[in-house]
Ligand binder design. Structure first.
Ligand code: ADP
Ligand code: MG
Length: 250
């Protein structure tokens, strides 16, 4: 856990006493964590524990109510330029959320062209580079519906990469995929960390969590109960809640 009271501006992400309410329901309860550049964080926890709410605070899809969220030394609050923030903090969802009426290539170039004003040729060159990196450049002209689930998720990751984000949030990215497709996504996320991209990933795949995580964050009922390296978390969880969660996963 982050022990100091004040946020640490030298961290990629520094969070202190983060609270979030839905009306009078406390969804996030005094969360504290510091995250390093290039770190791979996996968030585990039962359904409804606040995992999605938490990661949606990072790009302010869900604004927090109190506490401090700092990214690269800048406080994220209601004065933050959301376009710039969301360019810097990419997001990949369980259901891919590709634009169905656009080709894979156009899905990838839309935000760079509209938001960053990147010329089309440059945006397309970059898109082909990232589509190659995720192994589906030959699908660039196709529409999302013409791709398999694994290919759509690769396209969604390439689309996120096209904005050159420093942080990518993944909300159950493998939930809809078969084991072979999961393995492909795992190796792509590992590559991202080598590029110094910080990844924060919610998943129910324990094998995936073990392979990918530098640290596991375990949440329950809106609180962070444990933060530990995977070998520690999976062998010697410190709380009864985490132990019960892990036992039920086997
Ligand atoms: P998880 O991703 O861990 O399953 P969520 O972050 O989606 O959990 O939800 C945490 C809690 O907040 C749940 O009790 C959920 O019902 C509630 N919640 C989530 N989104 C909303 C919302 N938009 N309005 C009201 N309650 C919500
Ligand atoms: Mg969720």
């Amino acid at each position: 856990m982050a022990d100091e009271l004040l946020p640490n501006p030298s961290k990629r992400i520094s969070i202190r006493n983060l609270n979030k309410f839905y009306k009078d329901f406390l969804a996030l309860d005094r969360l504290n964590i510091d995250i390093e550049r290039g770190e791979k964080i996996v968030i585990l926890g039962p359904s409804g524990s606040g995992k999605s709410t938490f990661i949606r605070c990072f790009n302010r899809i869900e604004p927090h109510d109190s506490g401090v969220l700092m990214i690269d030394g800048k406080v994220i609050d209601d004065k933050t330029d959301l376009t710039a923030l969301r360019g810097n903090v990419g997001m990949v969802f369980q259901n891919y959320n590709l634009f169905p009426h656009l080709s894979v290539l156009d899905n990838c170039t839309l935000a760079p062209r509209l938001v960053r004003k990147t010329p089309r040729a440059d945006a397309e060159a970059a898109a082909h580079r990232y589509l190659t990196q995720v192994g589906i450049d030959e699908q660039a002209a196709k529409y999302p519906i013409q791709l398999s689930g694994g290919q759509q998720q690769r396209a969604a990751i390439a689309r996120a990469l096209c904005m050159n984000p420093e942080i990518i949030l993944f909300d159950e990215p493998t939930a809809a995929l078969d084991p072979e497709a999961i393995a492909g996504i795992v190796s792509i996320i590992q590559d991202l960390a080598a590029q110094e991209i910080t990844t924060i990933c919610v998943t129910h795949e324990m094998g995936f969590a073990r392979r990918i995580a530098d640290r596991i964050v375990f949440m329950d009922k809106g609180s962070i109960l444990e933060i530990a390296p995977p070998e520690e978390f999976f062998t010697t969880p410190q709380t009864d809640r985490a132990l019960a969660f892990l036992n039920q996963m086997i």
